[in-house]
Each structure stands twice: as C-alpha cells, then as structure tokens.
Write a protein that binds this ligand. Structure first.
Ligand SMILES: *Cc1c(COP(=O)(O)O)cnc(C)c1O
Length: 360
C-alpha cells in the first residue's frame, strides 16, 4: 500500500507498508482462543516496552478515552491538572466535564511542568490525583518525568496520571521504576499505527482506588479491563486489526532494542534541530526541555507558514504541521516519531530547504 502524501505531522504519523500488511489478517472472534493467544503474546511484549510487571490494557478508543477514564476511575477528592499546552489544558476541561473538582497548575505554552511547582500544590493536601503530559505535542515540550514521578514517594495517596501519548518509546519511561500510577499512550503517534487504539498500565494502588470510586461508567472502567485482562480479553469487541498491527510493531521495536530506539529518535530529532539552527529559526521550547519525537519551530523569521506548508505538499508530497490552535502560523512542527530513519528525515530536510527557498 502506498501513500501519496507522506506525513511528518506529529500524529497520525506515517504507517509503513509492512504494518498495513501485518494488519490484513482474517478476522477472529474476540472470545475465542485465537484472540486470547494474540493478547497473551502481546502482553509480555507490552510489559517489556512499558517497563512493568503490571498488566498493560488495550482500549479501543483514541487516547482521550483513557484520559477521561483516568479521571472517572481515580479522582475522588480533587485533581491537579498540570497545564502547559493544548492537550494538557484540555484535561482540565475534561475533569470538570466529568463532574470532578479540578484545579489548574497553569504555565505558559512552551514552558515545562516543574516538580517543585507540583510539590507546592500537593503540599496543601487538597488533591488526590494529578494529571501531567510528559511530551506536550502542541508545543514540543518534554517535561522532566523522573523528577515529577519522584514526588510520588512524598505523596503516596496521590494518583500520578501520566500521558506519554507522543513521548512513549522515544525516550525512557519505565513505569515500575518511575513509580507512576497510570501511564497511557495511543497508537497513532510513536507506535506508527493507524489511530483507534490506546494502551495503558496502572499501579496496584490505582486499581484499588478505582474499586472504591463511584460512577466509573462501563467503557473505561479500569476494573472491567482488569477482570477481562485476567482472561486475556478486552471488555468489549476490540480493534482486532490494529492489534495485529501492534504485534508487528512490538516485534520491530524489540528487534531494534529499546535503547537503540531511543538513540535513533535522539539522532533523527538532532537532524531536524540542525536544520532549525542552520536556517536561523528558534525553538519554541527552552533548552533542556525539548521533545525528542517532534520539533516545534518558532517562526521568528516570520515566514508565511501556510505557504511553506502548501509548497511542501505540492512540490514534495509531504506535510508538516502549521502550528496548533493559537500557535498557528507562529510555529510549525516536524515529527520524527515512529518508523522514521536517517534516510527519511534526510528527505524531509532536503524538502524543507527547497520549499523555504521559495517562501522566505
Ligand atoms: C495526540 C495526543 C493526545 C490525544 O490523542 P487522541 O488519540 O486524539 O485521543 C493526547 N495527548 C497528547 C500528548 C497527544 O499528543
């Protein structure tokens, strides 16, 4: 299967032909042994990638389903939503829509979430959960996950809920070692699968909290995931084709090796960063807090971003992103997530140079 326009947007990302081929398997019943074997095979691989001995759950939804599920399952008192971009800001809104007490720790878009600021707020004793986004895709900011997770020891009663939708498998996020309560991700970012599947793992404490939380609903009830997972099944009919694709991508990841995979993302990200510097652009994120899976470029040269993107599409059959929400035109983003290689990132860089020569 070939794609006419190649995606360098930070999700959905390009899906490789071998992944599409792996998905094209005959359908099987989701309550039969064939599916249970598939689930069990994937389970151990997912545990390796998540760095956990806890079960990893498959949710047939986009990541937001599980993000909302975290609120519904784990917040009883009040949640602190750490907000520094479009996705993290939205989580505050979602908490309130779920009828929960919620407060924002709001920082300017482009800035990281800092452990000492979380510490100050948790010290009030008001909160029983926090949400935070490891890699804010809208701004290209990578927040210090290890420093934030280390606070869990000081606040064992607080649920540490982490979205690494666009960071997962691009930098280390070993769940058990970090001591988080939930780590969630989605299929269409660094996994380089089509959208429609979210993955998450939860601590024993999180499962315990969920048990005593009322109004969890059904579709995202963590206890349903756990009970079904024990039988190598999902609560409802899952996206079986995507799960075949997931098995394929996990096999590729484990064959590459996780440290090698992280190194590849760092290298490819560095190639895009070199292009940014060479062309006199700035980074939207401060040094030390820049994503390894995408680059959010500040448009300090004031180029016509829409024209630049249109030129790339017309002359190079590829698309990058023109800035998220209020950052439209002020930034543009280039993804290096998933199956990208030195060759494919080299191709986008050549194209960026060519299109920029017509648009600046
Ligand atoms: C893409 C993304 C989401 C939302 O994912 P959906 O699959 O659209 O639900 C959430 N958080 C982050 C950081 C993302 O990059």
């Amino acid at each position: 299967m070939s794609q006419v326009i190649k995606l360098y947007i930070p999700g959905p990302v390009e899906v490789s032909p071998d992944t599409y081929a792996a998905m094209a398997q005959p359908m099987i019943g989701h309550r039969g042994k064939g599916f249970q074997d598939l689930y069990a095979e994937i389970q151990t691989k997912l545990q390796t990638v998540f760095g956990t001995s806890q079960p990893v759950y498959l949710s047939t939804s986009s990541a937001w389903g599980v993000m909302e599920g975290c609120i519904r399952n784990l917040v009883q008192k009040k949640v602190l939503n750490c907000c520094n971009g479009a996705f993290s800001d939205k989580w505050l809104d979602v908490s309130r829509r779920c009828g929960k007490q919620a407060e924002a720790y709001q920082v300017e878009w482009g800035q990281p979430i800092l452990a000492e600021e979380i510490d100050k707020r948790l010290a009030t004793g008001e909160f029983d959960a926090i949400t935070f986004i490891h890699n804010e895709t809208s701004t290209g900011v990578l927040s210090p996950i290890a420093e934030i997770a280390a606070l869990k020891k000081k606040y064992p009663e607080v649920m540490f809920i982490t979205d690494s939708v666009s960071g997962f498998t691009t930098v280390p996020t070993a769940f058990d070692e970090l001591g988080l309560d939930v780590l969630l991700t989605g299929s269409q970012k660094a996994f380089a699968l089509p959208p429609g599947l979210a993955l998450f793992t939860a601590s024993e404490a999180a499962m315990k909290r969920a048990e005593s939380t009322p109004d969890r609903g059904y579709y995202f009830d963590f206890i349903e995931f756990k009970a079904n997972g024990e039988k190598s099944m999902t609560p409802s009919t899952p996206c079986i084709s995507l799960i075949y694709g997931l098995r394929h991508q996990l096999n590729k990841m484990l064959a590459e090796g996780l440290p090698q995979r992280y190194a590849r993302h760092a290298k490819l990200n560095g190639m895009v960063h070199d292009w940014v510097r060479r062309n006199g652009f700035d980074f939207f994120a401060p040094e030390g807090y820049r994503s390894k899976s995408l680059t959010c470029v500040a448009n300090n040269r004031n180029i016509d971003v829409a024209a630049f993107i249109a030129d790339l599409k017309k002359n190079h059959s590829m698309i990058i992103d023109g800035g998220y929400g209020k950052l439209k035109g002020k930034t543009f983003r280039v993804s290096n997530m998933g199956d990208e290689s030195e060759a494919s990132i080299g191709t986008v860089i050549t194209a960026l140079d060519d299109s920029l020569s017509r648009c600046s």
